[in-house]
Structures are given as C-alpha cells and as structure tokens.
Design a protein around this ligand. Structure first.
Ligand code: EPZ
Length: 417
C-alpha cells in the first residue's frame, strides 16, 4: 500500500496525541554509542527512520530490545565496528550523527557520506570542521568520510550557521574531549536541549543549554541512563493546522508551547487563539476571519522550516495575500507545484512564495516529494472537494506514525491503499 486516499472531511472532532520527536530520538539513540552499559529510552516514535538507526547501532555491535511500542532497551557492551554502511546511511542521512558519538567513544568513525535529498544538497562541512578543531583527522575516500583522533582536545568551535546536525555531532564528540569545548552560534532547537540533558544524565558536563553558546567540560567517563524523548513539535504543528482548516474542535495532547513559540506567534498574528491547559491544547479560529501574514523560516526560536509546507495550506485558505520565505533550505518548495495542481494560487520568486487566498482546494492525484511536503498534501486533501490521492507515502511514514489511523480517529475521511 503506497497511496493515501482522502475525501473532504468537514469538521474534525476529538483528541490527537503527539508522539515523541523523531529528530530528538535519532541523536539520542546515536549517543548510546558513547558509554557501555544498559539504557532505557521511551516515547520513541515507531518510524522507519528509528528502525534504520536501531539497525545501525546493531551494526556497531549494540543490542536493541523493543520493550513496548515506543520504548527500547539498548545494551552497549563495546563497539565492535566503526563503519556506518552505505546502504543504511543512504536510507537515512541523519545516520551521520553517529560520527560524533563514535569519535567520543573509540576516537574513530567511518561513515558513508550522506547524500543530499529532495530539499537540498545537505552538506556536512560544518560537522567535519568541528571534528578537526577537536583534533580529528578527516579523510574522504570512496564515498566515505573517516574521522580519527589520537586524542580529542576541547576547542572553540564557531558554527557559520546554527546547524542542528553539526551542533549535535560536535556536542557528542566533545563530551569526553580533554578540557573545555565552546560551540558558538550553536543551534537552539528543543531537540538539542533534549540531547544535552540526555548527555548530562550520562555524566557529561554541558552548560548553556538553550542558548547559542554551549560549553562542554570534557569528562573521563560517562554511564548509561534512562530517558523519555520530548514530544514532536512538528507533528504538533501539523495537527494544529489540521484543526484550524477543518473548523476543528480538536484537542491536541502533548504540545509544549515553548517549543512552538515562533509558529504560535505568527498564527496568533493571523487571529488564531491557543488555549493551553498544561500540555493539552485547544485552538479557536474562524478561518474566514484570519488575516494574511508574512513569514520567514528561521532557526529556532524562529518559524520552523519543517512547518513551512503545512502552513502554505493554511495561508491558501486565508483571505488575502500572504508571503512565506524559506531561508533554511535551498529547494524546499516542491509541494507548491502539487498544491497549485489542487487549486492553490502560489507564486514563487526565488526563496519567496506569494500565496493568494482563499482558494477552494480540488481533489487531485499528487505525489509526496519529502516528509513535510507529503503532510501538506494530506492537509489539503482533508479540505478539498472530492477525492485526493497522495502517492509516494513512504516519505510521510518516515515522520508520522499511523497518521491515517490517527486522523481517521477524529473523523477524517482518509484511508491507505
Ligand atoms: C535537521 O536537519 C532536521 N533533521 C531537519 O528536519 C530540519 O529541517 C533541520 O534540522 C533544520 O531545522 C533531523 O534532525 C534529522 P541543519 P539538519 O544542519 O541537521 C546547511 C524533517 O523534516 N548546512 O540545521 O540536516 C544545510 O544545507 C527534517 O524532519 C551546511 O551548509 O539541518 C541547511 O541549508 C528535514 N553545512 C542548513 O545548514 C553543514 O555542515 C540547516 O541545516 C550542515 C548544514
């Protein structure tokens, strides 16, 4: 089954619970390479990318036991191999984040160079520059990158851009380096904070968490720990948009307001009201009265690039002309062509999209090109007249566990074929 079939669904009602964050679980699972012993980690989403990371850890000699749908017991009784094979890294470029933890533990790592993907070339130069600053020697050969160090020594690493992956990789490489490492212009995404608190639970000494300057005092030894992954703010944002565009009366559980502040601020400017009761959220919005808005994606705490595609559906249903600039990735507008085929009126000019609304989405056969573009097409299908068929749903299933079943549970006319 590789298609999702959606009919215009009208009002959605009920409760949607947010799963654990894929983009936090991946680096935290990679961090289990750093110290020997037994880890228990829960609130891990049951996704293909997670299963790929688990396969990768097993390649290195770790044991992984799934203790329930969303929990794993990971046993590290010594790293047996240091090479991340092409076939796994090809499946998931985020595998590259094992480089830092392998360097920390065995001072050597050999990882197949992650390719680019639909949204951009996705280079890893900042990661490699950071490893070199810490004393690693980098060799590129036959499509692999090998990093090796006699000793890792703390250093001052200034990132040219607050890269999430580079911050995670350098952070992990630094936890056992001799002396102090400072990462300047560090990414501040909640997933970085979650990784930092996981590493500190292991005995690392990281300060400045939540700021753009992370200080890491190298320690001799780290030990395993227990941890629960933070909720997925991007899944939460996707459900928030589903509720607004379907005149919904949804309650969304597991939303941390702080993690979505850039997104919430823009939607409040449009006239959306957010009623939080701890981590339970209800949204009030009259679609006809929402105002157009100008948005530019930015590193956290700005508007997240991972909610750009989904937000375009909302802006297409909003009265007036909105603007959305994509400043993080160089090619993250593939969903626009498909949304326009469904009746959207979106014009592109470089990295800026002008969105005229409101439009009536018309069902069509479309294809997902990447994870968040796929989610946007599902959202448009929920409000379109007649039937929408979304192909290439493997992209969607990388980031949203049981999306069809969960949307069905709140009244969406959606199924997999
Ligand atoms: C993470 O990717 C997320 N993926 C992405 O989510 C997210 O969009 C992105 O951060 C930005 O928030 C995971 O966490 C697995 P970056 P990452 O390094 O770490 C450039 C999703 O939908 N750059 O912050 O790869 C890069 O090309 C995915 O869940 C360099 O030039 O993102 C991009 O333009 C998509 N050199 C910008 O920085 C480098 O060495 C941001 O990339 C590294 C990055």
């Amino acid at each position: 089954m590789n298609k999702i079939v959606i009919n215009g669904s009208g009002k959605l009602n009920g409760t949607l619970s947010v799963n654990g964050a894929k983009n936090s679980a991946l680096p935290i699972l990679a961090a289990t390479l750093i110290a020997e012993g037994e880890y228990s980690i829960d609130n891990i989403p049951d996704l293909k990318d997670i299963r790929t990371m688990i396969k990768l850890l097993e390649t290195f000699g770790l044991k992984a036991e799934k203790t329930d749908d969303h929990s794993y017991k990971i046993t590290n009784s010594g790293v047996k191999d240091i090479e991340a094979p092409y076939e796994l890294v090809k499946e998931m470029r985020a595998s590259f984040v094992v480089m830092g933890s392998l360097l920390a533990h065995v001072k050597k790592a050999r990882v197949s160079l992650p390719g680019g993907c639909a949204i951009g070339t996705r280079p890893i130069d900042f990661h490699l520059q950071g490893f070199e600053k810490l004393g690693a020697k980098i060799v590129l050969d036959h499509g692999f990158v090998t990093a090796e160090a006699v000793e890792l020594v703390g250093a001052r690493v200034k990132l040219p851009f607050p890269s999430v992956g580079a911050t995670q990789n350098i952070l992990m490489a630094a936890v056992k380096a001799k002396g102090e490492t400072t990462i300047l212009n560090a990414a501040r995404e909640p997933e970085i904070d979650d990784l930092s608190s996981f590493l500190n639970k292991m005995g690392a000494n990281i300060s400045g968490i939540g700021t753009d300057e992370l200080k890491i005092q190298g320690v001799e030894k780290l030990i395993p720990c227990k941890h629960s992954i933070i909720p997925d703010r991007i899944e939460a944002g996707t459900f928030i948009i589903a509720s607004i565009i379907n005149d919904g009366d949804l309650e969304i559980q597991g939303v941390i307001k702080e993690h979505l502040k850039g997104f919430i601020k823009k939607l409040e400017k449009m006239g959306v009201e957010f009623e939080f009761n701890n981590d339970r959220l209800k949204i009030k919005a009259d679609l006809e009265k929402l105002k157009p808005v100008k948005i530019s994606t930015e590193p956290y705490p700005g508007f997240p690039t991972d909610l750009q595609a989904q937000t375009m559906v909302l802006l297409s249903l909003t009265n007036g002309k909105s603007e959305l600039k994509e400043t993080i990735f160089e090619n993250r507008f593939m969903h626009v062509l498909e949304l326009n085929r469904m009746g959207a009126k979106i014009k592109l000019e470089g990295n800026k999209a002008s969105i005229n609304g409101p439009v009536d989405f018309i069902g069509a056969e479309v294809s997902a090109t990447d994870l968040r573009a796929g989610a946007a097409l599902v959202l448009a299908g929920l409000v379109a007249d007649n039937t929408t068929i979304v192909n290439e749903i493997q992209h969607i299933e990388r980031g949203y566990e049981d999306l069809v079943e969960r949307l069905q549970s709140v009244g969406a006319k959606i199924s997999k074929q």
